[in-house]
Design a protein around this ligand. Structure first.
Ligand code: DC
Length: 212
């Protein structure tokens, strides 16, 4: 099964790139961050504490794939809670199993593009194509501020930057499956690349692999 693993920090352009690659290559797309967000959302809905590992694991076991597209997963409150539930090893194991099942039998049967933090390192270390998409914190904060403002949320650049750097630290310093580029990943820095240029570069890398 063809698996394209795309990892990197928040707001680096992974999601946009992953969706576009999947559509272009006829593969199924899974946003693994939405799994962590959906668990966090369920914990909040249940009135529990995201830092309570038992509550988070119970919700991870009850995860409903229908929750993954909920627009209210995209709020900053859910993002903060998601970074907390993502620190729990049993929650990660549960969600890793979900992702591996998707990679092994994607709905369309042709292959999968999965984006996240640990896809190339932990979830699918055998993936043939691995991209690590990154950009400077300042550029990522600029993009995230525009995205939030575009959705009508009040977003101040300095606060968004601070929150993004705090989340980077939590993702990178986590004991289990920290955010790190796999040694065999192709690093794509999108600080100075627009979405079209990033897509072209990623497609060149992926098609170059199948040619070799
Ligand atoms: O990419 P995102 O902002 O939707 O991710 C939400 C949180 O989930 C973020 O703190 C990182 C975490 N996450 C993770 O730990 N592992 C993944 N494969 C995907 C996301």
């Amino acid at each position: 099964m063809l698996v394209i693993a795309i990892d990197g920090p928040g707001a680096a352009g992974k999601g946009t790139l992953a969706k576009r690659l999947a559509a272009h290559l006829g593969l199924d797309y899974l946003d693994s961050g939405s799994l962590y967000r959906a668990v966090a959302w369920r914990v909040i809905q249940a009135g529990a504490d995201p830092a309570d590992p038992a509550a988070a694991l119970a919700e991870a076991k009850r995860l409903d794939p229908a929750d993954l597209g909920r627009p209210d997963l995209r709020t900053e409150r859910v993002a903060r809670a998601a970074a907390i539930v993502a620190q729990s090893p049993p929650v990660r194991t549960e969600l890793t199993d979900f992702q591996r099942r998707f990679a092994a039998s994607p709905p369309g049967g042709k292959g999968a593009v999965i984006d996240g933090r640990d896809i190339g390192t932990v979830v699918c270390p055998q993936a043939k194509a691995k991209l690590f998409v990154t950009a400077s914190a300042a550029e990522r904060a600029r993009r995230r501020t525009l995205e939030l403002q575009g959705r009508g949320e009040k977003a101040i650049y300095a606060a968004v930057l601070e929150e993004l750097e705090a989340r980077d630290r939590r993702d990178m310093e986590r004991a289990v499956a920290p955010l790190v580029a796999a040694p065999d990943a192709h690093v794509l820095d999108t600080t100075d690349l627009g979405p079209d240029a990033a897509f072209t570069a990623a497609l060149e890398y992926v098609t170059g692999l199948s040619a070799s």
